[in-house]
Design a binder for this molecule. Structure first.
Ligand code: GMT
Length: 376
């Protein structure tokens, strides 16, 4: 049965917005009508499709408001779209404020629209510990019709931190395999001044503290003493200025390229040999899956959902948080052994096909929607 589905997410760069948008695009291809209700066009919503609609939430800035009432404006827009488009499902990504707004919107609209909330990580692993939001997060989870989490680790942490009276289903993340595959981007090696004998290490994030990009740089400094290599730092965020200083102090300015925010990451992954994801919190690690799909093995920390993506000694390695010695030794061993690197690269490229197939995961969301529709 074709459904009318509203989707709300943060439209800015970030894994939760990527998953919400990619899910919407694939559901639209399968014949469902998808209504994005967001403050801006989600950055990955780069296609025109007759089944995809966008409803912008705008917030008035009356001088009497000390803070712009974004949450109320979102709930109001959701209610308007629920009624006008006769939505069957409202799928919100991120508990705060989206789940709470969806519940309010359902009451405003007065329909039986079903609310699905997907937890992505920092809505629980950071905000969940904030006493000013604790009750709202619990309420959003308990009053949703269905709650999903993107990893088993996130489900466990949610149960511990929020202790909501709600069963949480785990639906892992996925990538669009048609996009994330190894392509010939060798011209980029030349363009970025990477010589033939150099290996390429890549890190992609929003450069927030939790991503521990300083560890990435420090580990790379050790790696580059043993292996000729370049580090591609992709993304931007609050840690960037400090990182530039660190790169200078470590005297590796000629080997580290700050690329800023980039689209079409498959090209950068395709010239990379190894990804480093050394976060202290990571509910899944979507960038690791993207990189792997392009044949790039990943060294990650044994944190959150990362061990559900990286299989130690198969498609990468797992190391303890902050263990720069262990991380750099693993990386050096891998980068110095071409036969092993090729094996890991093949294993990495098979990972999404074996465990995170988009058709299977989108099917899991569809089954969940359909089971809600048959609930009286
Ligand atoms: O990693 C971020 O800071 C962005 C964040 C978000 O909310 O967009 O990503 C979270 O959701 C992604 C998609 O489910 C996960 O792959 C990331 O691991 C997760 N980030 C954290 O848990 C820190």
């Amino acid at each position: 049965m074709s459904l009318k589905i509203g989707i709300t997410c943060y439209p800015t760069v970030g894994g939760s917005g990527v998953i919400a948008t990619e899910l919407g695009k694939l559901l639209a291809e399968k014949g469902h009508k998808i209504h994005f209700i967001t403050s801006n066009i989600p950055f990955r919503l780069d296609v025109l499709h007759p089944n995809i609609f966008f409803h912008q939430v705008s917030v008035n800035q009356y001088s009497v408001f000390q803070y712009p009432p974004y949450d109320i404006a979102l709930a109001s827009k959701m209610a308007e779209v629920i009624k006008r488009e006769k939505l069957d499902i409202l799928h919100v990504h991120y508990a705060i404020p989206h789940a709470v707004c969806a519940i309010l919107a359902k009451q405003m609209a007065g329909t039986d629209v079903k609310i699905v909330t997907t937890l992505h990580g920092t809505d629980i692993t950071v905000l969940g510990y904030d006493p000013t939001l604790a009750e709202a997060i619990k309420f959003g989870i308990e009053k949703s019709d269905v709650v999903t989490a993107v990893s088993n680790a996130l489900k466990l942490e949610t149960n511990e931190v929020v202790s909501a009276d709600k069963e949480i289903s785990v639906i892992h993340n996925f990538i669009d395999e048609r996009v994330y595959k190894r392509v010939d981007a060798s011209h980029l090696r030349t363009a970025y001044g990477i010589s033939l004998e150099e290996k390429v290490v890549i890190h992609v994030s929003n450069f927030r503290k939790v991503k521990r990009v300083r560890d990435v740089v420090a580990a790379f400094a050790k790696i580059s003493r043993q292996v000729p290599a370049k580090l591609l730092l992709v993304g931007d965020g609050p840690e960037k200025t400090g990182l530039c200083k660190l790169v200078k102090e470590l005297n590796i300015e000629n080997q580290v390229l700050f690329l800023g925010r980039q689209d079409h990451l498959e090209n950068l992954y395709s010239i990379s040999d190894l990804m480093l994801l050394l976060s202290e919190k990571e509910s899944f690690g979507l960038v690791a899956l993207e990189a792997m799909s392009c044949g790039v093995p990943c060294i990650g920390t044994r944190v959150g959902g990362i061990p559900e993506v990286i299989e130690d000694g198969f498609n990468g390695y797992l190391c303890e948080l902050g263990d720069l010695k262990g991380i750099s030794e693993k990386a050096i061993a891998l980068l110095q052994d071409d036969e092993m690197l090729t094996r890991f690269s093949v294993n990495a490229s098979l990972t999404p096909k074996h465990r995170f197939r988009s058709d299977v995961i989108v099917g899991e969301y569809e089954n969940l929607y359909q089971s809600l529709m048959s609930r009286i």
